[in-house]
Write a protein that binds this ligand. Structure first.
Ligand SMILES: [Zn+2]
Length: 413
């Protein structure tokens, strides 16, 4: 029997496995049921023939990193390894096991039931991204059961906290765990006929405008922070024009441009009253960073623009602070690893494959950027990520298991 035939025959096991994973509500924040799911995933990897262990995040680091209300929720990452002699290269598969909270009314089962209907499996995490975990586990079992050896050493990590910031998940793993990958597949970002080779990044900033309060009957005695802020927001139109001249054409021919969204959050400071000249005003800026841009450079340019624009407005004093950031990444799909993955996807799906770049971000950049290795985003994906009736296609789950098995048995690095 071939691995592919084994996978087709055991599609039910994949769904049963996925239902079991979905049934452990690893909701983050705060990070529930991590202990249970990582024990389960460690034994699943062992059963698939890997040497697997659970890496616990030290309490002291957890307390330094997470907000107090999450200190009672331990963090773990799972690492499995399969040494294949005489292979010289190592491929690393990564997925996060945490899921976003649920809300709204589900029409297909409950969010944690894993109901299967008409070719779809429903539940929180089916698409993002426990489905990927189930596909990979079946791919690994298919190789073990049919006695077909991978052509590379295999590493697998199942990590925490991607839905918050990945600091104690993949971020911790790439710096602290005993891994040595030459290639990585982060099992989301690309799906169907699209293999992901990069994703956008982001910088979130807040601008605080300082005025001087005065009585509303004598506005000439104060500095109106709202008026200064308005002038600054108008000046940002110039920055938008500047950004619109930058573009990036993805390998599949899609044109992407950097963007800013101004004032998703805006407020006056304390003491705002109708008869007072506002002393303070603040607004946010959401700067989306292209896959080929550097978010550090983007932040520096934005700060410089704001500082200069504020200087041109009389009495406009500002403080700029960063709220959050996330790396972008992009590797031109020239390395043979990309061609091998595209070939596996095309063989299994019997359709053409394109290279894509994802607008959202995921954990790919930890491998592409920090470890500087060729990194691909590909998994079964699904519909309604983070929403009501999140679901994955049964066909895509089975196909993805075949694709992972095909890649492992066709590419030696
Ligand atoms: Zn995800």
């Amino acid at each position: 029997m071939t691995p592919s035939q084994y996978i087709e025959l055991h599609a039910k096991d994949l769904l049963g496995n996925l239902q079991q994973l979905v049934g452990m509500p690893t909701v983050n924040p705060p990070g529930e049921h991590y202990d249970a799911i990582t024990s389960c995933l460690t034994s699943e990897l062992s059963a698939a023939g890997l040497v697997a262990k659970r890496l616990a995040i030290p309490q002291a680091l957890l307390r330094r990193t997470l907000p107090p209300e999450q200190h009672a929720f331990p963090r773990f990452n799972v690492l499995g390894k399969l040494a294949v002699s005489p292979a010289s290269k190592t491929i690393h598969f990564n997925a996060h096991y945490d899921v976003v909270p649920v809300s709204g009314k589900w029409r297909h089962g409950s969010p944690f039931s894993g109901a299967v209907e008409r070719g779809w499996i429903f539940g929180r995490g089916t698409a993002d991204m426990k489905g990927s975990i189930a596909s990979l586990l079946l791919a690994l079992r298919s190789l073990k059961e049919t006695g077909v050896r991978p052509m590379m050493n295999v590493e697998v990590s199942f990590t925490a906290d991607e839905e918050t910031d990945s600091i104690l998940g993949t971020g911790w793993l790439v710096q602290n765990a005993p891994i040595n990958p030459d290639y990585a597949v982060v099992m989301e970002g690309g799906e169907g006929g699209r293999v992901c080779c990069g994703h956008n990044g982001v910088v979130w900033m807040e601008v605080q405008v300082h005025g001087r309060a005065a009585h509303g009957s004598q506005p000439q005695n104060g500095v109106n922070a709202l008026e200064k802020m308005s002038a600054l927001v108008v000046a940002l139109e110039g920055y938008k024009r500047q950004l619109s001249r930058t573009k990036f054409v993805t390998p599949e021919g899609r044109t992407m441009r950097p963007t800013i969204n101004v004032g998703g959050i805006f407020s006056s400071g304390p003491g705002g009253k109708i008869n007072t000249v506002p002393n303070e005003a603040r607004f946010s800026i959401d700067r989306r960073v292209l896959a080929v841009e550097d978010h550090v450079v983007a932040e520096r340019e934005l700060r410089a623009f704001l500082t200069k624009a504020a200087r041109a407005i009389p009495d406009c004093r500002i403080t700029i602070s960063k709220i959050s950031e996330n790396f972008s990444c992009f590797l031109p799909p020239k390395h043979p690893f990309f061609a091998a993955m595209a070939a596996s996807v095309s063989r299994v799906r019997r359709a053409k494959t394109a290279f894509s770049v994802s607008t959202g971000f995921n954990d790919m950049h930890f491998f592409a950027h920090h470890r500087k290795i060729p990194t691909i985003g590909y998994g079964p994906g699904g519909e309604d990520f983070h929403a009501v009736d999140e679901r994955a296609s049964v066909r895509a789950l089975v196909n993805t298991a075949k694709i992972y098995a095909d890649l492992l048995t066709s590419f030696e690095g």
